[in-house]
Design a protein around this ligand. Structure first.
Ligand code: HEM
Length: 139
């Protein structure tokens, strides 16, 4: 479970990425592919587009952190689509690490250890919903 403070930290750091969602998204994918080059072949669109989609989807998911229900259904659908994209459970850990690196790069010392910890919790919450839906869809 995330605390209200953690949810506030996650939203605050996310807001600091503005007004550059494309830049942040591209940085994220550059880091992701550096961590695991084998992931590149799964993507057909360019990193800027993909990055922008990822950042927007993440922003929507943040809304659901203290308001379960509506947002979770769209996350479950996103999780089910990811079965077709070839996403595996282990890839989510690589995504989480790339996300933390991206924040550290872009926010520098403003990205505090408390923010990093809050992001770990938020990402795990979001990916748990996606992975559970993906597991159901694979059956
Ligand atoms: C919190 C985690 C994630 C979020 C928010 C997210 C978000 C998205 C979004 C919004 C799209 C656009 C297409 C759609 O809406 O269906 C997408 C596509 C995609 N995602 Fe993710 N994703 C996440 C995790 C992952 C993971 C772990 C992988 C594993 C490799 C992955 C691989 C892909 C691929 C391959 C595509 C399709 C790219 C293409 O068609 O070229 N995603 N993702």
């Amino acid at each position: 479970m995330m605390t209200h403070e953690q949810i506030a930290l996650v939203r605050k750091s996310f807001d600091r990425l503005r007004p550059l969602p494309r830049g942040a998204g591209k940085d994220f994918y550059d880091t992701l592919f550096a961590l695991d080059p084998s992931l590149k072949s799964l993507f057909s669109t360019d990193v800027e587009n993909q990055g922008a989609m990822f950042v927007v989807a993440l922003g929507l998911a943040l809304k659901g952190l203290d308001d379960d229900g509506v947002v979770d259904e769209s996350l479950r659908e996103l999780g089910r689509r990811h079965v077709l994209y070839g996403a595996k459970d282990v890839h989510f850990d690589t995504f989480r690490e790339a996300l933390l690196c991206m924040f550290a790069q872009r926010l520098g010392p403003e990205f505090t250890p408390e923010m990093a910890e809050a992001w770990r919790a938020a990402f795990d919450r979001i990916s748990a919903v996606m992975r559970a839906a993906a597991a159901e869809a694979r059956k």
